[in-house]
Design a protein around this ligand. Structure first.
Ligand SMILES: Cc1cc2nc3c(=O)[nH]c(=O)nc-3n(C[C@H](O)[C@H](O)[C@H](O)COP(=O)(O)OP(=O)(O)OC[C@H]3O[C@@H](n4cnc5c(N)ncnc54)[C@H](O)[C@@H]3O)c2cc1C
Length: 308
């Protein structure tokens, strides 16, 4: 493997913390990564310097205002040197990585959870089995968040490549659902609700506990499919986001295999369900057999007292 190039994860106009984890992943591959920061304002790249990384390239362009796979891939492909590409295994970055890989004719390995030199391990069949892929050349690799330690920040040696004039953007309209809340894909603590919450209004109980803990709020697919107010961006599972927090609290979620596929690698799993036979309890470190109506108010006041 010649060189590695990290496509920095950006969120709300800043470099997201998972980028520091990608540096450790690149080092585990035996490489010194170059960091590419897609941006509209190159000053955000000043925060993309890390111990163990090489130079930082701010790829600046109007197309980076809103995500559009085709224009982002064209701009990044033009600016990034040759080598193995790394990005976070978020839905957007997995999509982008596949686009850039197609342009460069690279093999793709998604959602890597362990690296030993050029041997990469990732889950397959919804997490029922793990595969180890031995790279024999450059590839495009997405890495799951919260697996690798974050590299320490250091001063960034930034050069700017301006792609503004070169890339047309196909985005006509973005309808954003305003959310100040942490994304489940990056959170260390997640509290998720399922159909057992009864109504989307009841997710306010989860939000209050999330506020106390600094957690993200997730949902099962049944909750997302049943209620318009619960957006797909909150869905955890096979057809939603794969998460890897230190603590996952599942409330009113049965524990279907497709939900487990997205969260079973969480360090600690707590389940709250009124049915003692719910499959989620087979995977939980701590289980509470009770309704959420009984449990959440007690949990909220106990946690608020602890954190006060
Ligand atoms: C191809 C495919 C992909 C899928 N992808 C996903 C995915 O990405 N993510 C996902 O989550 N699912 C996915 N599913 C759906 C999955 O199979 C389940 O249908 C879904 O996870 C069930 O969601 P749930 O547990 O919220 O609902 P339910 O199965 O209806 O479970 C509700 C639970 O709430 C409990 N409950 C009810 N009332 C209360 C109360 N008052 N207090 C406490 N507990 C209560 C019940 O005992 C029950 O266990 C997928 C399915 C398919 C076929």
């Amino acid at each position: 493997m010649s060189e590695s190039i990290i496509i920095a994860e950006t969120s709300k106009g800043a470099v997201a913390p998972v980028t520091a984890e990608l540096v450790s992943a690149a080092i585990a591959m035996g490489t010194t990564p170059t960091i590419i920061v897609p941006c509209t304002d190159s000053s955000i790249a000043d925060n993309a310097g890390f111990e163990g990384a090489g130079r930082t390239i701010a790829v600046k362009g109007g197309c980076f205002e809103n995500y559009d796979a085709s224009s982002w891939a064209a701009a990044i492909d033009a600016a990034a040197p040759a080598g193995t590409l790394l990005a976070a295994a978020t839905p957007q970055s997995k999509d982008l990585l596949a686009r850039v890989a197609a342009r460069r004719g690279l093999a793709v390995v998604q959602d890597v959870v362990a690296i030993n030199g050029s041997n990469l391990t990732s889950p397959i069949y919804s997490g029922k089995a793990m595969q180890t892929v031995a790279l024999s050349g450059d590839a495009a690799v997405s890495v799951r968040a919260n697996i690798f330690p974050a590299a320490n920040a250091s001063g960034a040696d930034v050069s700017v490549v301006d792609q503004s004039g070169d890339v047309a953007t196909a985005v006509q309209e973005i309808i954003a659902r305003a959310s100040a809340r942490l994304d489940v894909a990056e959170a260390n603590i997640i509290i998720s609700g399922g159909r057992g919450m009864g109504s989307p209004d009841n997710f306010s109980h989860l939000e209050r506990i999330a506020d106390v803990l600094g957690a993200a709020v997730g949902a099962s697919r049944a909750a997302v499919d049943t209620w318009d107010d619960i957006p797909h961006s909150m869905q955890v599972g096979q057809t939603g986001k794969t998460v890897n927090p230190n603590l996952y609290i599942a409330v009113g979620i049965s524990g279907a295999i497709q939900h487990l596929a997205g969260m079973r690698s969480s360090k600690y799993i707590v389940a709250i369900n009124k049915d003692a036979d719910a499959p989620i309890f087979a995977h939980a470190d701590y289980g509470i057999v009770a309704t959420w109506e009984e449990t959440l108010p007690v949990l909220e006041s106990a946690l608020s007292a602890m954190m006060a």
